[in-house]
Design a protein around this ligand. Structure first.
Ligand code: COA
Length: 182
């Protein structure tokens, strides 16, 4: 358990699943509005989802707690998309085997801008680095791009996600080479 700024970071467990789903929906509703329509947000949450239980089982998804309350989450995996679940129709966003995918960063808006996502991302990058990965990729929703840029990720290409019965959801594929200044 890693403690910082009054918060605690630990590995996610299957018992966290409902709290994670609630947190993710709250974070998306709060932060993505203004970048996407309500219809796009609801369709994305319904059809694509935010949790890949495989990375919880793999031990590479992490949560941040404020007391008993789960207030942040994020992790990594050798393959997979930052957005969506393992069996989603989204394509794999990792271009080479040496590149790890950073996955599903969400923070309770009541605790925004207190370094929770930064700490999760640092932790996941260190974990992936120790597992032999030299670079990291992710697919950022437009609202989250400034956060990732701040942490050394550079845009690679714009990707329009087909999430179902609504206009495509614009996102940005981003990459960071391990050791890049952030
Ligand atoms: C993106 C998100 C995870 C950031 O979480 P957070 O804990 O508030 O971020 P941090 O406090 O660690 O931010 C660290 C730095 O990143 C940058 N940053 C974070 N959020 C930002 C924002 N909305 N706009 C501009 N810069 C931002 C800032 O430089 C910030 O440092 P500062 O607060 O000292 O200026 C959070 O806003 C969120 O859950 N968004 C909705 C879900 C989502 O879109 N997730 C990403 C899917 S790809």
């Amino acid at each position: 358990m890693l403690c910082f700024n009054g918060f605690a970071l630990r590995r996610a467990t299957e018992g966290d699943l409902q709290a994670l789903l609630d947190l993710h929906a709250m974070a998306v509703h709060s932060q993505a509005i203004g970048y996407y329509t309500s219809h796009q947000i609801e369709t994305y949450l319904r059809n694509i989802g935010t949790i890949d239980t495989a990375i919880i089982a793999a031990g590479t998804y992490f949560v941040v707690l404020s007391g008993e309350e789960l207030v942040g989450s994020g992790g990594w995996s050798p393959t997979g998309s930052c957005l969506g679940t393992a069996d989603s129709p989204l394509t794999d966003n990792v271009s080479t085997p040496a590149v790890a995918a950073m996955r599903a960063y969400f923070v309770n808006p009541r605790h925004a801008r207190r370094g929770i996502a930064r700490t999760l991302l640092d932790h996941a990058e260190t974990d992936a680095r120790q597992a032999g990965f030299a670079a990291f990729e992710l697919q950022a929703t437009l609202n989250a791009v400034p956060f990732y840029v701040r942490h050394g990720y550079q845009p690679i290409e714009a990707v329009n996600l087909d999430v179902g019965d609504c206009p495509p959801v614009p996102s940005i594929k981003m990459r960071k080479v391990s050791g890049a200044v952030h």
